[in-house]
Design a protein around this ligand. Structure first.
Ligand SMILES: [Cu+2]
Length: 303
């Protein structure tokens, strides 16, 4: 059996039907085995976290107030796919059985120009796409919603091959200055966030397009030179999370990592105070760009 048309011809002629049926039976057994193994892994799980992750269809635990909207969209899309998949496969197997070739009936009855059927398979996909589009826009609007006065603003700069975080905390009495941390390819930078307080991220880039991504927030947004982007969220869970660049930006794209620490507001202030004490005040566009960011307040001077 070299190719599908040959297999089809052979099957049609009825010369090797037994072999073909055996081949399909084996393929079905393999598929059933694979699905069974996945289910078993999900149900028994190596740990509670793994089975929780299975229930979230691969997503890690959500860590921000916006993640739930994206998580619901993700689960909803999979449920829609499963329902449609079961329906389509069901109809396929039903047709295969119901209209199978019978002795004395070499060519089954052909159906063409069946208007109701044609309308059905034009309208149903449009309906499916429409429903998915509606829920996508709904989730997107919630994820991208902003408020006038977020509790904190962090200007994030993507630069080859790391990140610079500028904490705009001059108005924060506990810190009293804008402070920054510059990451380099040798030193993965830390991003500190206060739990339960809203943070506005203003993204830009010093060179090429990068993308700011924290998987536990279920969100990423491009950092584009000359085009400021912004989004907001409130971290909900104290913990340490991975951050990375999600835009293939060049040779060391994979090295553009950062570590997110969601801590109590007091620890957040203490960390920023530490940056201030180390002289990391003012705003920066990364190590290769010693000048201040254009939008930084004029009174801020760099050291
Ligand atoms: Cu990048």
């Amino acid at each position: 059996m070299g190719c599908e048309p040959c297999a089809y011809t052979t099957l049609w002629k009825g010369n090797d039907v037994g072999f073909e049926l055996e081949r399909h039976r084996r393929a079905m057994k393999l598929a059933a085995g694979g699905i069974g193994a996945s289910l078993l892994l999900g149900l028994t799980g190596c740990s509670a976290e793994l089975s929780d992750q299975f229930a979230r269809i691969g997503l890690q635990a959500p860590a921000s107030d916006r993640a739930h909207y994206m998580g619901n969209l993700w689960i909803g899309a999979w449920v829609a796919c499963a329902v449609i998949g079961v329906l389509v496969w069901g109809l396929i197997f039903y047709s295969m059985y119901k209209f199978r070739r019978r002795p004395g009936n070499e060519v089954p009855r052909q159906t063409a120009y069946h208007l109701p059927l044609e309308l059905l398979y034009t309208l149903v996909p449009i309906l499916i796409v429409g429903v998915l589009f509606f829920y996508t826009v709904k989730a997107q609007n919630r994820v991208l919603a902003t408020e006038d006065n977020p509790d904190h603003t962090i200007k994030v700069v993507g630069q080859k091959w790391s990140w610079t975080f500028n904490y705009m905390e001059q108005e924060n009495a506990a810190v009293g200055a804008d402070v920054h941390e510059i990451g380099t390819i040798e030193k993965i930078p830390d991003l500190y966030l206060p739990v339960g307080e809203s943070v506005r991220f203003e993204l830009t880039s010093a060179d090429v397009i990068h993308s700011f991504w924290v998987p536990a927030f279920y969100f990423k947004m491009d950092a584009i030179p000359g085009k400021p982007n912004a989004f907001e969220l409130t971290p909900e869970k104290v913990g340490v999370y991975d951050g990375k660049c999600a835009e293939l930006c060049g040779t060391y794209h994979a090295a553009m990592l950062f570590t997110v620490h969601v801590v109590s507001p007091d620890e957040y202030d203490a960390y920023l105070k530490g940056l201030k004490d180390k002289g990391q005040t003012g705003t920066k566009l990364g190590p290769a760009y010693p000048s201040q960011m254009a939008s930084a307040p004029a009174k801020e001077t760099e050291k």
